[in-house]
Design a protein around this ligand. Sequence first.
Ligand SMILES: O=C(O)CCC(=O)C(=O)O
Ligand SMILES: [Fe+2]
Length: 304
Amino acid sequence: MKTLTSAPVTNRTLRSLGHELEVDEHSFGWLEDSSSVRNDPAALQKRMDENGYLYIKGFFPREVVLEARKVLVETLAKDGIFEEGKPLIDGILKEGVHPKFHTTAWKNQPAINRVVFGPEVHQFYSAFLGGTIRHFDYIWLRTMGCGHGTPPHCDIVYMGRGTHRLYTAWIPYGEVPLEVGGLMILEKSHLQADRIRNYLNSDVDTSCTNIPGRDGWKHGGQLTNNPVSLRQKFGGRWLTSEFQPGDLLTFRMDTIHGSIDNTTQRIRLSTDTRYQRSDEPVDERWVGENPIGHGPDAKLGRIC
Ligand SMILES: O=C(O)CCC(=O)C(=O)O
Ligand SMILES: [Fe+2]
């Protein structure tokens, strides 16, 4: 008997954390582009409620994002991570160099601030949230080399001490085809938040002071290290895109996301930044000139 199999969405083999992603149409798909409604706050709200994310292709002027890429690769080049003799702008990493984050290269960079705190973002979130907005000062700069992507997680566990009406903006600096490993979102996962309520209520900077041997920090923030079994459990598809400079992907604090492994020597440069209404409480770990972040001053002990 002939078995019915659904068509693959891509012919590429994709992995996340080393696990081969199922790429049939029930398991994998493309993010929906909302650029046609980018100036319609009611439509944006409705889509955010339904999908847990908004993907807006061509949100920023391309040249503004490419200027930020130039500044970033020039700054990162000082660490000696790029192969010599190749155009710097291509960001070709030396063999054996596997960076993931950079904690300082984003600081005091007008070209990056122009993107992440510029007029497009400001206008967008003000309209979307219906009031004056503010951002976290900390900028998460990802410099992903060949190797594993980011484990599935929800952002709230890293930044939940203020309002939960907080949105992440994920912004690629350059093309991110599938093999370079962009962000992926687990379809409608925010609608299953009740299944992971304990996880969503946790805070990576809290430790259990009453349990001997567990007075280290509770967890690294990931939901799992297996994006494939997670999807099988939750249903829905892993959604991603072949990202272009200028694209914006914004999502909720309880939307499950992770990223695809980079199988190339090309650096995947992206930032993630956060926005909220300014009349709502803010998570103090991420504001100010030198945010304390997950450093020792952020740690809270509690009785578990
Ligand atoms: O870029 C990545 O791999 C992860 C990004 C992320 O977790 C975020 O934007 O919140
Ligand atoms: Fe995240």
